[in-house]
Ligand binder design. Sequence first.
Ligand code: NAD
Ligand code: UDP
Length: 316
Amino acid sequence: MRILLTGGAGFIGSHLSDRLLKEKHQVVVIDNLITGRLENIAHLAGREDFSFVKHDVSNFIFIPGKIDIVLHLASPASPNPSSPFGYPQLPIQTLKVGSLGTHNALGVARAHDARFLLASTSEVYGDPQEHPQQESYWGHVDPIGPRSVYDEAKRFAESITMAYHRYHGLKTHIARIFNTYGPRMRLDDGRVIPNFICQAIKGDPLTVYGDGSQTRSFCYVDDLVDGLYKLLTSEEHTPVNLGNPKEMTILELASTINRLTDNPADIQIMPDQRAPADPQRRQPDITRAKEILGWEPQVDLDHGLMQTIEDFRDRL
Ligand code: NAD
Ligand code: UDP
């Protein structure tokens, strides 16, 4: 298959490229590098089965030759307002890539009669009032809140994907991805795992926002990529949660990273840093992924974090 992958120079996209190439597909990455890095795909340069096009997919996409599959991952993904790579500092670009970018990517898929996969997010559930989150939950999102540029763009992206499926008969897939981590994340994108690992390696205290009682469930990137690949090779067109159901508080995450790095510094509680719409709890219900795809995460947190710490040490 010849596969078009938007956002392929990003964290998840670059790992997905590796997997697709391993499965003997040809990969064309389109990325404008707004949050991604060429270093993530530098090891693929020069391969005959791989090419890279620098382009903003919120503008019309033209790729010569046949396309069998379109995977749409392009979007800023970090909610941290203090990072220049977080979507609060890229609000219009985030709205555009989720709406216009998704429309353009669907247009390519339709023109080529290609299969389409959307990287959606647990953020469609907002600050959830149902726990754990099942795909049937409609969410709790403030349409004008600080996270809305991302959440509403992704909700629109899901809606237009379903419209192309229902109206045009396109073969589509929607992955609702929960917090994912691993090597190649930007050191400075402001998400909790990059922040904590950088701080721990430098021997600094870990900056816990709020009181640290908020929870997340962290999935290692290899597991996530495996789930995406299984979804792509299924016939499931309704949204499927992909994430690791092991839930923990941010305080527990901080202690784990300090333990794994032997960081002598402690934890710094920063009550005022907590963003207003920061979800209090998040945990995927992955019953459907297990039943439909036969998928569940395999990598435990200590192992995944050690791989990530090693990669961060090399880059720092
Ligand atoms: P990332 O920032 O590393 O990757 C996103 C990539 O998209 C970057 O390379 C960026 O340059 C590119 N991009 C953004 N706007 C673009 C545009 N207009 N045109 C072309 N390229 C553009 O983030 P990631 O963590 O790898 O996330 C990848 C996808 O997965 C995103 O769609 C994100 O919403 C989704 N997701 C990620 C997580 C997570 O925990 N990592 C969770 C839920 C959903
Ligand atoms: N967080 C934190 N310290 C940091 C960065 C983030 O305590 O240095 C918290 C943040 O407030 C949130 C959680 O960690 O409650 C996860 O944040 P992240 O930015 O990784 O993504 P989110 O899951 O909110 O999309």
